[in-house]
Each structure stands twice: as C-alpha cells, then as structure tokens.
Design a protein around this ligand. Structure first.
Ligand code: PEP
Ligand code: MN
Length: 361
C-alpha cells in the first residue's frame, strides 16, 4: 500500500497522536466546550464526534445528523483541532466533505462489509481526504486489510488503521477483546501504516482504559482514539466507557512512551501467538474435563444401580500409578501429575458421592 506518514497530514503531530472527543455529538455547547478542554492537551490534535451512530438495537439515539456538522466547523475555527467523523455510506461522505470534516473514519460494522467499503471508496476517488479504517467487528485480519486496500486503491494514501477490539459471543472483561496479535500482525505486514488504538471500544469500561493505552504504547502503536465527554454520566451513547478531558490528561501524563520502553514487535507478536495457543489448549483441557466428568457420572449411576461404593481405593491407586508413569514417559514430573490427579479424581469421587445421596431410598 502507498501510505503517507502521519506527520505529513497532522500538523504539529505529537507522539502518540491523540484523537479525542465524545462518542456522539449531542448539542453545540457540549461539542464546543469539550473541544476547548481537549485542546489544552498538546497531544490531542484531532477532535472526534459521532454524527451518525450505528446502534445495535433500534429506538436508541442514532446521532444528531447533519445539524451537528457546523458545530465541528466551529471546533476547527475556535480550537485549531482537526475534526473526524464516522461515515457509513456515500451520503455521509458527501455531507462530511460539504462541511469540511478533515478526517473520515469507517466504523467496525462498515469495515466488515466489502460492498459498503467499496461504495465509500468509489465516492472518495479524487478527493484525497484522510481516512481511518477501524477493524471489522469480527476477528478477521484479511477483511481489515481488504477494507484498507479498497480505500487505498481509490487513491487515498493518508490512511490509518484503528484497532478497536473484536466482538465475541462469550462475555469477557473487555467489551471487545483486543486480540493484540491481529493489529501487531497488521503492523508487521504494513510497517508504514499508522495504527491507532481505540481503548474506549476495546474496554467498554473507563477503569480499564489506562492499561490498554499503555499496552498500545508498549506494542508501538502510533496513536490513541479515546472517547471523552464533559459529563460521561449523562452521555447519550457509550456512557460507561467515556472519560472526562481531565481524566484523559491524567492518563496521557502517566503514559510511559516507547522511548523509555523497549519494544520488540517480533517478540510481542510471538508472545501473543503463543498465548493464543495456550488459550486454545486450556479450552481443550477444560472441555476434556467436562467430557471426563460426564463419563464419571455414568459410572456413578452404574455404581448406584449395582449398589457399590463411590470410592474404590484399588482403582484410585492403579489410576494414579498409570497417569504418573505416562506423564514421566513424556517428560512431566510425576509429582505434578499426582497433584493434578488428586484433584481430578477427588472431584469425581465427590460427584459420585452426591449422586448416591440423591438416589438413596
Ligand atoms: C464509535 O467510534 O463511536 C463507534 C461506533 O465505534 P466502532 O465502530 O468501533 O464500534
Ligand atoms: Mn462509541
């Protein structure tokens, strides 16, 4: 990809680039006052605000729309910050350009749809506006790269990627787990592509934002996009993840930047990949334990029917010896295996004992 470095399109760039502003533009006063506070932070060079909001369910606040765009023109005039909005279709693009928005970004839901990305790319041909592409909601690096390429092929070389984490079905600590190996691999494949981290949508929780900001610096990301609201408690969208401009200032002041930190992207990438393998193996272990337990229960029922005790010392002894020998034969300490099987077998006996209690006549 043909990409222009960030300092060529962000005047007075500080390292890292900080993009901040509310999840949604709500009213003119909120926008101007937030921007003025944020502009006191030298690292904040771009003001973000959602004008059209992609809401998961209908009947939620869907953004103020076109009326909010002149507010952003005022931000530019009064603070000197660049402005950025999310565009999800060609009419958004047309309006954003009409009101001189400086940077457009594609949201996670849009990046996941190549038809939408291509339509937007076509509407940007010959325009030359800077574009940032959030990762698609699903953990698919090729789809993210595809979206970046479609925009780049339309002649946009002021291009950056935004890492905002990936949606998962299972509940986790993070709203969208960061899966760092994906943006790290993107950086490895496209070393000139600026990658900006969005800790707000990764965490969904303001308390976790500082840690993600630091991690982003540790893996050599080029910037941060942080949602900031004057009073997050009354925010009309994403209230739990927004921080005040003052809180943002504190986070930025405490950030250890990469000059002080040794960063080795290959090491980080390898570590993330290996941890991914560990996660998969652990899931397999847990699923195997569940499978084992379902068989233990069947044996338990058979014991109930035949009226024999849950614990048979002979069997336990034999099992332990066999498992320890197996472990030792492949290089695992027998004491380690013994400890694990004490726990596994202990739980089995416990479950069978419970079964017997339940079936006591
Ligand atoms: C946003 O930036 O407010 C937003 C909707 O983000 P995402 O596309 O990452 O969900
Ligand atoms: Mn948001």
């Amino acid at each position: 990809m043909n990409i222009v470095s960030l300092n060529k399109w962000i005047p007075n760039l500080k390292d890292p680039l900080v993009i901040a502003g509310p999840c949604s533009a709500e009213n003119e006063e909120q926008i101007i006052n937030t921007a003025k506070e944020l502009a006191t932070q030298p690292a904040v060079r771009v003001f973000r605000a959602g004008i059209w909001k992609p809401r998961t369910r209908p009947n939620n606040f869907e953004g103020v729309g076109e009326v909010g765009l002149p507010w952003l023109q005022r931000v530019k005039r009064e603070t000197g910050l660049l402005t950025a909005v999310e565009v999800a279709n060609t009419s958004h693009v047309e309006l954003a350009l009409k009101y001189d928005v400086d940077i457009l970004w594609l949201g996670a839901r849009t990046s996941a749809n190549p038809f939408s990305v291509q339509e937007i790319a076509n509407s940007l041909r010959g325009v030359g506006v800077p574009v940032m592409v959030k990762n698609p909601v699903n953990a698919d690096l090729a789809l993210w790269i595809g979206a970046l390429e479609r925009i780049n092929n339309a002649g946009i070389n002021k291009l950056a990627a935004i890492h905002r984490g990936f949606s998962t079905y299972e509940k986790s600590r993070h709203r969208n787990p960061p899966m760092w190996n994906i943006p790290i691999e993107l950086k490895r494949l496209f070393p000139n592509l600026p990658v900006i981290c969005d800790p707000s949508h990764i965490t969904g929780n303001k308390d976790l934002i500082p840690g993600i900001c630091q991690k982003a610096m540790d893996v050599d990301m080029d910037g941060l996009m942080v949602e900031s609201h004057l009073d997050p408690t009354v925010a009309m969208s994403d209230a739990s993840q927004q921080i005040t401009p003052t809180e943002l200032g504190t986070i930025l002041d405490n950030l250890a930047c990469r000059t002080q930190y040794s960063t080795d992207r290959n090491f980080e990438s390898e570590l993330e990949q290996l941890r991914g393998q560990i996660d998969r193996i652990d899931n397999e272990i847990i699923e195997s334990l569940q499978h084992r337990m379902s068989i233990v229960e069947k044996i338990g029922m058979a014991k109930v029917t035949s009226n024999i005790t849950a614990l048979q010392v002979g069997r336990m002894d034999e099992l332990m010896k066999l498992r320890m020998a197996k472990g030792e034969s492949i290089g695992l300490r027998p004491e380690y295996i013994k400890e694990i099987y004490n726990s596994i077998h202990g739980e089995s006996v416990q479950v069978q004992t419970e079964l017997m209690k339940e079936h006591k006549k």
